[in-house]
Structure formats: structure tokens, C-alpha cells
Design a protein around this ligand. Structure first.
Ligand code: NAP
Ligand code: F7E
Length: 362
């Protein structure tokens, strides 16, 4: 039975990858961080599985990584842990560099120090943000990098240190240059999830308006569940290599809004430009989307479109397994249910408090 170690197992990708590897028969180990609240929503359904194990550790702490590595001695490592929010990287640039850049080095060097360099294969979560202020469209493995945020600069170090360990020590390590991938498990402050949740709340009368930043920004959005298969495929090849993982299709934030609100039952019309642009509910005439400069970034990446040809031909991976419209549909469907369920849960809680107060429930 193969053993896999996933850093970032509590995140969107980590949770899908854990499910995928368990299904393949792996013994799956994950590194989690101590937190004052035990909030492991994305992997709660896996806890208790006989081949699923969790260990405390932190990418900022070499000793904890070495401890886990020497205990588990994994055949494959998937290094997904990161401060992954681009906007937050402007507020916490030093922390982002420590985890996303030096943290990657800590993993690689710990593998060497634990004597696993010849046996352990490593996948590293690189990113399309490396293309940043893009120098060509679409972007492939040959396109020059031009990182355009503290996050991207930190991830650039991660990319090159992975290549360096491959060349210097002959280690089997791969960079997956993944373009944006989303899901019903996406963090709620990334733009797609912020939109699908808001569309559901506005439709159900729980929110008045959605405030967004740059509506013109263009992204190549895929489904996270499909992308974790590609991470695994990279580690099953004869030779280690780097791959772009993308759908090859591009949409704007505005288009995402239009489709997500449509799925929620609201047709949108956009009027105005720049900070004055508004999204209007055609049926009621109400403004439901406004632009706020609070969500503008000091430098923004605005034109990402990946060319997944290498992953398609060499790995046999299907970049269009879940088309864009299907991705938006499944996210909105999930969030319509979540908003309704949250509301029902809140009603139950209120009723319970009332009953407790009146002594009806003891
Ligand atoms: P995510 O949902 O934000 O998950 C990040 C994970 O990293 C969480 O499990 C988090 O743990 C963990 N983590 C953060 N700091 C850590 C630290 N110091 N030590 C140990 N663990 C730490 O991110 P994601 O969307 O799944 O992305 C996975 C990886 O792919 C990241 O490296 C990201 O930068 C990269 N990436 C993502 C995309 C995308 O579109 N999703 C595209 C390209 C690359 P907590 O739960 O404790 O916070
Ligand atoms: O922004 C614009 C924003 O935060 C996408 C991470 O997983 O993918 C992700 O990074 C675009 C940007 O993702 C809002 O300015 C407009 O142009 O959803 P996002 P990201 O920055 O592309 C890459 C590949 C990663 O590697 C990262 O880890 O949308 N935008 N209005 C907004 N973005 C946010 N978050 N919030 C807004 O209100």
C-alpha cells in the first residue's frame, strides 16, 4: 500500500486529493495546524477512516516537518500548504514568503535529511500567478514569468527551488502550474465563491448587495476535483516534469456574476463603468452588485488563460471534464442549499433558545 503525505489537507484541494487517494487505495497522511477552534469542515467526513491519519505540523517549523516525515516515510508528498490568498499577501508579505517560499524549501530539505530523496516523489503546488503581468496569451510551460504580488514572488521561489532540487540531487519533484480552480469547497473570500454565496443570499432575501473589485479581470477557471487527478498523474510518470493545468477557456469576473446570478434565478444587466459600474436585477430594477475600490489590488493580474496541451497529451488528462457553465451551476446549486440550510439551522437555534428560556426544553 502506497503512503501519501498531504500538506494543506484541510484546504480545498487537500480535501479533494485526500478523497481521491483514499479511493486509489493509499494510506493517506495529512499535516494540520493547531487552532483554537477545531474547524476541519472539509475533511470531517474522512476522519475515522482506517487509512486516514492526521499529524500536527506547520510549514514554518522545520522540526515538525522532519518529525512527521521520519514517522510516516511517505512514497509521495503533495505540498499544497500555503497562504494562498493573493490580496492577503499584500497585508502579510513576510508571512507569505515564510510559508510559500521558505516552507517549500523546508519540505525539500527535510526529505533529504530524512534519507528519503531517492524514494519519495514530491508534487508542489505552483500557480498561474507566476505569469502575473502577462507577457503572452495564452500561457504555457515556455511563457516567461512576471510575478505581480507578494504571493506570486514567494511562489516563484517555490517553483525554482523545486527545479533546483530536481537538478542538483536528482529528486523526483514536479511543479503543477495550476490555473484558478474552484468548487463548492472554495474559500469564501475568493471571487467565485463570494459571488455564488452572494447570489444565493440575495435570491433568498438574506443580503442586499454584493461589493466587488475589478470586474474586467479574466481567469481560466476549472473544477478543483478534476485538478487533483492531474497532481497524482504527474507523480506516476517515468520522469519528473512541470505542467500547466488549465481548461484553455477564459471568462471575466463580470461573466461569472452574470451566469451565477442566472443560475440563482436573477437576470443581471450591467450599467456604468469603472467604480460606477453596477449590476442591476432586471426584474426588480434593484442594484445588487456595486464596485468598491476596497477590493482593488495594488497590482492585479488581469489576463490569465492556460494552454493545457502538455498535460493533455503527456498525462492523458482531460482539461474540459467539467465545463465552465457546469462549474458555476454546481457551485450555485450547493450555495442555494447551504444558505437555506443555514437559515433553517438558525431558526432551530432561536426556537431552542426560546424554549430553554420558557423552560419548555430542559
Ligand atoms: P486553501 O484552501 O487556502 O488551503 C490552504 C491550505 O494550506 C490549508 O489547509 C491551510 O491550513 C494550509 N496552510 C496554510 N498555512 C500553513 C502553514 N503555515 N503550515 C501548514 N499548513 C498551512 O488553498 P487551495 O485552494 O486548496 O490551494 C492549494 C495550494 O494550491 C496552495 O498552495 C495554493 O497556493 C495553490 N494554488 C491554488 C490555486 C487555486 O485556484 N485554488 C491555483 C494555483 C495554486 P488551515 O486550514 O489551517 O488554514
Ligand atoms: O481573484 C478579482 C481579483 O481572489 C480573482 C488563488 O487560489 O488563484 C487564486 O488567486 C480575480 C482577481 O483569485 C474581487 O482582483 C474582483 O483579479 O478569486 P481571486 P486569484 O487572485 O486569481 C491563483 C491561481 C492562486 O494561485 C491563488 O492561490 O478576481 N476580483 N473582485 C476579486 N477577487 C476577490 N478575492 N474578491 C473580490 O471582491
Amino acid at each position: 500500500m502506497k503512503k501519501a503525505l498531504i500538506t494543506g489537507i484541510t484546504g480545498q484541494d487537500g480535501s479533494f486529493l485526500a478523497e481521491f487517494l483514499l479511493h486509489k487505495g493509499y494510506d493517506v497522511h495529512g499535516i494540520i495546524r493547531r487552532s483554537s477552534v477545531d474547524y476541519r469542515e472539509r475533511i470531517a467526513h474522512l476522519e475515522g477512516h482506517e487509512r486516514f491519519h492526521l499529524h500536527y505540523g506547520d510549514l514554518g517549523d522545520s522540526m515538525s516537518i522532519m518529525q512527521v516525515l521520519s514517522l510516516v516515510r511517505p512514497d509521495e508528498i503533495y505540498n499544497l500548504a500555503a497562504q494562498s490568498h493573493v490580496q492577503v499577501s499584500f497585508d502579510a508579505p513576510e508571512y507569505t514568503a515564510n510559508v510559500d517560499a521558505t516552507g517549500t524549501l523546508r519540505i525539500l530539505e527535510s526529505v533529504r535529511l530524512c534519507g528519503l530523496a531517492d524514494s519519495c516523489r514530491i508534487y508542489h503546488a505552483s500557480t498561474s500567478e507566476l505569469y502575473g503581468r502577462v507577457e503572452a496569451v495564452p500561457q504555457d510551460e515556455q511563457t516567461p514569468f512576471h510575478p505581480y504580488s507578494p504571493y506570486a514572488v514567494a511562489k516563484l521561489y517555490g517553483f525554482w527551488i523545486v527545479k533546483e532540487y530536481r537538478d542538483a540531487y536528482g529528486m523526483f519533484c514536479c511543479n503543477g502550474i495550476l490555473f484558478n480552480h474552484e468548487s463548492e469547497r472554495r474559500g469564501e473570500t475568493f471571487v467565485t465563491r463570494k459571488i455564488t454565496l452572494a447570489a444565493a443570499r440575495i435570491k433568498q432575501g438574506k443580503q442586499e448587495k454584493l461589493l466587488l473589485g475589478n470586474l474586467d479581470s479574466l481567469r481560466d477557471w476549472g473544477y478543483a476535483k478534476d485538478y487533483v487527478e492531474c497532481m497524482w498523474l504527474m507523480l506516476q510518470q517515468e520522469q519528473p516534469d512541470d505542467y500547466v493545468v488549465a481548461t484553455g477557456e477564459q471568462h471575466s469576473v463580470r461573466e461569472f456574476c452574470q451566469l451565477a446570478f442566472h443560475e440563482a434565478g436573477i437576470e443581471l444587466r450591467f450599467e456604468g463603468e469603472g467604480v460606477h459600474e453596477k449590476g442591476i436585477d432586471v426584474a426588480t430594477g434593484k442594484v445588487v452588485i456595486e464596485v468598491s475600490p476596497d477590493f482593488y489590488r495594488p497590482t492585479d493580474v488581469v489576463n490569465l488563460l492556460g494552454n493545457p496541451e502538455k498535460a493533455r497529451t503527456k498525462l492523458g488528462w482531460n482539461p474540459q471534464k467539467t465545463p465552465f457553465a457546469e462549474l458555476v451551476r454546481l457551485m450555485v446549486k450547493h450555495d442555494m442549499g447551504k444558505v437555506a440550510a443555514d437559515d433553517a439551522a438558525a431558526r432551530v437555534k432561536v426556537n431552542l433558545e426560546e424554549y430553554l428560556e420558557k423552560g419548555i426544553v430542559k
